[in-house]
Design a protein around this ligand. Structure first.
Ligand code: ATP
Ligand code: MG
Length: 140
């Protein structure tokens, strides 16, 4: 089934200068790019994005990390794209991520882990609309 997901190349990866390499993997992986935006989140914007994690012990630190510099937000489309993008990202903790995944190759820690991907159709709908207005998304 064709679906959309929100991907983020997080501030650590943009700062390291590997956003292009990650985009290249997205293109080579057969994902269709519908939207892209470089944005430096405020703490309030990061906190709203990660609101589902508000009770987790790492919430404050995660929101601060997400404000350390610009991130590159993307909308990807394709068959089973939510699962396929998370597979390409790899496990949250780069030490546990499989060889060939983006987190294995580019993440520095469980927090500074290079990329984000929506985890369900419901979160994808919320997250895509959090970053992008309808007119900023280019249907194919
Ligand atoms: P994301 O939602 O960013 O795609 P994920 O779904 O793999 O990642 P989540 O459990 O949703 O992981 O956690 C959201 C983010 O919070 C992680 O990507 C990471 O940046 C951070 N995080 C998760 N667990 C920890 C932890 N134990 N310590 C510090 N930061 C963490
Ligand atoms: Mg998640």
């Amino acid at each position: 089934m064709t679906e959309r997901t929100l991907a983020i190349i997080k501030p650590d990866a943009v700062a390291k200068g590997v956003a292009g390499q990650i985009l290249s993997r997205i293109e080579q992986g057969g994902f269709t790019l519908l939207a892209a935006k470089l944005i430096h989140l405020s703490h309030e914007q990061a906190a709203g994005f990660y609101i589902v994690h508000r009770e987790r012990p790492f919430y404050g630190s995660l929101c601060s990390f997400m404000t350390t510099g610009p991130c590159l937000a993307l909308v990807l489309e394709g068959d089973d794209v939510i699962r396929r993008w998370r597979d390409l990202m790899g496990a949250t903790d780069p030490a546990k991520a499989a060889p060939g995944t983006i987190r294995r190759d580019f993440a520095s820690s469980i927090e500074s882990n290079a990329v984000h991907g929506s985890d369900s159709a419901e979160s994808a709908a919320f997250e895509v609309s959090y970053f992008f207005a309808a007119l900023e998304i280019c249907p194919r």
